[in-house]
Design a protein around this ligand. Structure first.
Ligand code: AMP
Length: 508
């Protein structure tokens, strides 16, 4: 099994279809993309002399080279190490060293910062800038046949976003990624001929992973000219490409909805917005559905089981008549077809529906372990189950509601408080733009609940009003004891709130 066969097949069957577009312009057909990738694979084995299983890193903004290279790496039997372009050069260098990458392909502007930091890396042979003539010359290499790989051979080292500590490399095999690909069709959405995916989110993560089902279906990969996420550009680009799927974090969805162009934009070509990677608050989802219609699907996954733990499809989003509609909308959906979910207590014993515990996952999408870290791998995969570190509860129908990461749980006066539900209550106040709830250590209660609140531009709100919003919805002991009004929340390069930075009590 080698994932690269998916592109070879599309090159044969959909050769004249557009495979990659930049903005509104076609960049390559499937025949051309497959041919370029096979030639680049030839360069990896021939010109660079790399061996099976060698790691090849990508430190690039979204662009066509990203797509042709990742398929070339698999074609040649090597392992892709996509690294988030927005990280600091020192973080890039750390991942290059930890992964033992032999080659690194980077965007021109990123290479400048990276070059002085990688001179001491013994395993790294070359840093190649894409877009330079030397890169284009690689595409003149003799194309090679796909190198055979076993299902459990490594395909992608996925570096976790790590809101705490150093990123770890989740080892994803060809089987893991093929399982994710098939689950997309079974549980998330359909892809028809002529459809496309708009890569506004980084190709190093979710958007790149969902490139796989779109290659499998021979769909068009649209790269925005800005190479990133710009809501105005997304709206301007939609009329040029039919049947568009867009993957993004809930914060991206919120930015799209709140953009001044959203109301008047022609979004008929927007087929599906897949959101995941962080909590989607109900108020935001309702607003998004009012703005774009029933085009939403949610996935819950993590680098360790990429995009593939649960899904809440469009049908569930639109099933207003269901007696538990709102409960389902606040959930992350049901287990995807290829995985089992267990809610477990501290000793990994299964808990019944309705009880909250750690979410464990078993199935063919679950990683092989962490790269060069056997101890953490053994702990995370103990008993054959992936320990996600997320807390959640299943209902009788198998819908999973996520509470929080276990490390975010607040224990105050011996009672468990899930920040997510307090955040939902505070966000019900229209004046609140964003909020994050954490626990501060407290001599009497162990922890006390503290809310960091970003007020919407031009709006005002008092702690008393927020208290009322909480008391209307939650048990008294869950309401925040303190409110801190801030201009913005600390976020990492993936847009996730870094709660660790909010946990140090201030002296006010
Ligand atoms: P990463 O490995 O960077 O993709 O982060 C994975 C983590 O993001 C998960 O363990 C969850 O804590 C969180 N996450 C992913 N998808 C969702 C979702 N749909 N709703 C809430 N949290 C999510």
């Amino acid at each position: 099994m080698n994932l690269a066969h998916l592109l070879v097949r599309a090159g044969q069957g959909q050769g004249s279809e557009t495979a990659v577009a930049v903005g509104a312009t076609r960049w390559a057909t499937y025949e051309r993309l497959a041919q370029r990738s096979a030639a680049l694979a030839g360069a990896l084995t021939g010109r660079f002399g790399l061996a099976l299983g060698d790691r090849v890193a990508l430190v690039q903004h979204n662009g066509p080279a990203y797509i042709e290279l990742i398929w070339a790496i698999w074609h040649a039997g090597m392992v892709a190490v996509p690294i988030n372009a927005k990280l600091h050069p020192k973080e890039h260098a750390y991942i290059l060293e930890q992964s033992g990458a032999s080659l690194c392909f980077s965007s021109e502007d990123l290479a400048t910062g990276l070059a002085p930091l990688v001179t001491g890396l013994t395993e790294l042979r070359e840093l190649i800038e894409v877009g330079r003539p030397a890169y284009e010359k690689l595409v003149d290499a003799e194309p090679i046949e796909v190198i055979a790989r076993a299902p459990d051979d490594l395909a992608w080292l996925f570096y976790t976003s790590g809101t705490t500590g150093r990123p770890k490399g989740a080892m994803l095999s060809h089987r893991n990624l093929m399982t994710m690909t098939l689950c997309y069709f079974a549980d998330v959405d359909q892809i028809a001929p002529g459809d496309g995916i708009l890569h506004a989110a980084p190709l190093s993560h979710g958007s790149g992973l969902y490139g796989l089902p779109h290659i499998a279906a021979g769909a068009c990969h649209v790269i925005p000219e800005s190479r990133g996420f710009d809501p105005a550009e997304v709206f301007a680009l939609l009329p040029a490409h039919p049947g568009i799927a867009l993957f993004g974090a809930p914060t991206m969805v919120k930015r799209l909805v709140e953009h001044p162009a959203a109301g008047a934009a022609d979004t008929r070509n927007l087929k599906t917005v897949i959101y995941g990677g962080g909590p989607m608050y109900l108020v935001d989802l309702e607003q998004a559905m009012a703005c774009f219609g029933n085009k939403f699907a949610q996935i819950y996954g993590q680098g360790e089981s990429p995009m593939t733990i649960t899904a809440l499809d469009k049908a569930a989003h639109g099933d207003h008549e269901h007696p538990r509609y709102w409960q389902r909308l606040a959930s992350v959906g049901q287990a995807q077809s290829a995985v089992e979910i267990r809610i477990a207590d501290d000793e990994d014993r299964a808990l019944p529906p309705g009880e909250t515990g750690e979410v464990l996952v078993r199935g063919d999408s679950v990683m092989l372990g962490y790269w060069r870290d056997p101890e953490t791998s053994a702990r995370t995969l103990a008993g054959g189950w992936l320990h996600t570190g997320d807390l959640g509860a299943l209902d009788e129908d198998g819908f999973l509601t996520l509470k929080d990461r276990s490390k975010d749980l607040i224990i105050s006066g011996g009672a468990n408080i899930y920040p997510r539900e307090v955040e939902e209550a505070i966000l019900s106040e229209p004046a609140v733009e964003e909020c994050a709830v954490v626990g501060w250590s407290h001599p009497e209660w162990g922890e006390e609940v503290v809310a960091f609140v970003v007020v919407a531009p031009g709006a005002e709100v008092t702690p008393e009003a927020l208290d009322r919003a909480c008391l209307d919805r939650l048990a008294r002991f869950k309401r925040p004891r303190r409110y801190r009004f801030v201009e913005r929340l600390p976020k990492n390069n993936y847009g996730k709130v870094v709660k660790a930075e909010l946990r140090t009590p201030d002296t006010n």
